[in-house]
Design a protein around this ligand. Structure first.
Ligand SMILES: [Zn+2]
Ligand SMILES: [Zn+2]
Length: 393
């Protein structure tokens, strides 16, 4: 089957060229940032982490019509120009639908214009979509407008919600959220749920969890407020039994009972590969409570605890508890609490000394192991999380 991947703009590809070379598949995905920017307006098309591997292709569920030409594309509905261009492309395909199938497995919706989005999506086979990102920079009520569209994307495996601002205060917001979550019920292949900064979620996580019909392999809830009962619901829901990735970056757990985190991790210990608890306000007593369960996470590859205030003693204990985890290959820890003065100022020399002590413990433990220790905020760039400091060798 002739496959054609293009590095140049689609405008330079004439229909008669397609026919003349007897093209069967035209793949316009993963063509690199420059190409993508050129015609979709997406500036944030970045490569993904390990758990961001492309969603599994399952042709049995997303059968294509028996058309001579399949065009694979990723849609990013953002700027007016990109929407204008896509409208042109989709119309062009629409006129030739008997002989070609436009297959879109990944859609990112950033545009505020609901009309434009509806127009574009009405020309896309929503059955083909496997990954959808809604980044609406708008209020919760906006979610309702996309509810029915989401429900039609039956084969979605990864759902990302970002920049949905505002809390659910009015009845109209409440209804909108209900309308949206009720469509999650239809997503019978959903495996990966990511919510970045969902300010509407506080006290309502269960409303979403209740709608999950599948066992998730990744859940990411970041930079928002959760209640203790949210975390309890998460630890009790059956959908996380096979979880590989858990990310609670930027969710404050400081005032939560330490057992909550422990119970949550016990639930996923057998399968967990990546744990991100950066900037969670985790204290010594939280970490002490989860050390035993951490040591039983035999599949754990990535452990990230930066931006939390942890003492040297507990960090030492952490290194010993995780020593037997053979899969662990990336460890990111905060600078020990003792590296800071009572006013919170970082003492570089003190930090260097404490790091040397940590390396010594690792040497004593025998196995060669690399860890990263970074202060927060970073003295070089001021960021809470960064990779300015090199790991020990
Ligand atoms: Zn398709
Ligand atoms: Zn930095």
């Amino acid at each position: 089957m002739p496959v054609f991947s293009t590095k140049f703009g689609l405008s330079s590809l004439q229909p008669h060229q397609i026919w003349r070379c007897k093209l069967r598949v035209l793949d316009l995905r993963n063509t690199g940032q420059d190409f993508w920017n050129m015609w979709s307006g997406d500036m944030d098309h970045v490569p993904s982490s390990s758990l961001m591997a492309p969603v599994a292709e399952d042709m049995s569920r997303t059968k294509h019509p028996l058309t001579p030409l399949v065009i694979y594309i990723e849609l990013c509905l953002k700027t007016k120009t990109s929407i204008k261009f896509l409208t042109y492309l989709l119309r062009w395909v629409e006129q030739r639908k008997a002989s070609m199938h436009l297959c879109c497995k990944k859609i990112k919706i950033i545009s505020r214009s609901r009309e434009n989005i509806k127009k574009i999506l009405s020309m896309v086979k929503l059955n083909c979509v496997q990954e959808v990102e809604l980044s609406l920079t708008q209020k919760v009520s906006t979610l309702a407008k996309f509810a029915s569209l989401l429900g039609k994307m039956r084969n979605v495996q990864r759902l990302l919600l970002s920049q949905i601002h505002g809390s659910v205060t009015e009845e109209q917001d409440h209804q909108a959220l209900l309308q949206f979550t009720s469509q999650i019920l239809r997503l019978q292949y959903l495996r990966d749920l990511r919510m970045a900064g969902p300010s509407f979620l506080e006290g309502r996580l269960n409303q979403i969890l209740r709608c999950l019909k599948t066992s998730l392999y990744n859940i990411s809830i970041t930079n928002c407020l959760l209640t203790e009962s949210d975390l309890t619901h998460l630890s009790q829901c059956w959908n996380i039994c096979q979880l590989k990735g858990l990310n609670l970056n930027g969710v404050t757990l400081t005032n939560f009972r330490a057992e909550l985190l422990q119970v949550l991790l016990e639930k996923v210990a057998g399968t967990l590969e990546e744990l991100d608890l950066n900037l969670c306000g985790i204290m010594d007593f939280h970490l002490m409570a989860i050390l035993p369960v951490l040591s039983s996470c035999s599949q754990l590859r990535v452990l990230s605890l930066c931006g939390n205030l942890i003492s040297m003693t507990v960090l030492e204990s952490l290194l010993r508890h995780t020593d037997g985890l053979s899969a662990l290959s990336l460890e990111l820890y905060p600078a020990p609490r003792e590296s800071y003065s009572s006013l919170g100022i970082l003492h570089q020399e003190r930090l260097a000394q404490l790091k040397a002590e940590l390396w010594e413990i690792l040497t004593d433990l025998g196995c060669p192991r690399k860890i990263w220790v970074s202060p927060s905020p970073c003295p070089h760039c001021g960021e809470d999380m960064c990779y300015h400091l090199s790991p020990n060798a």
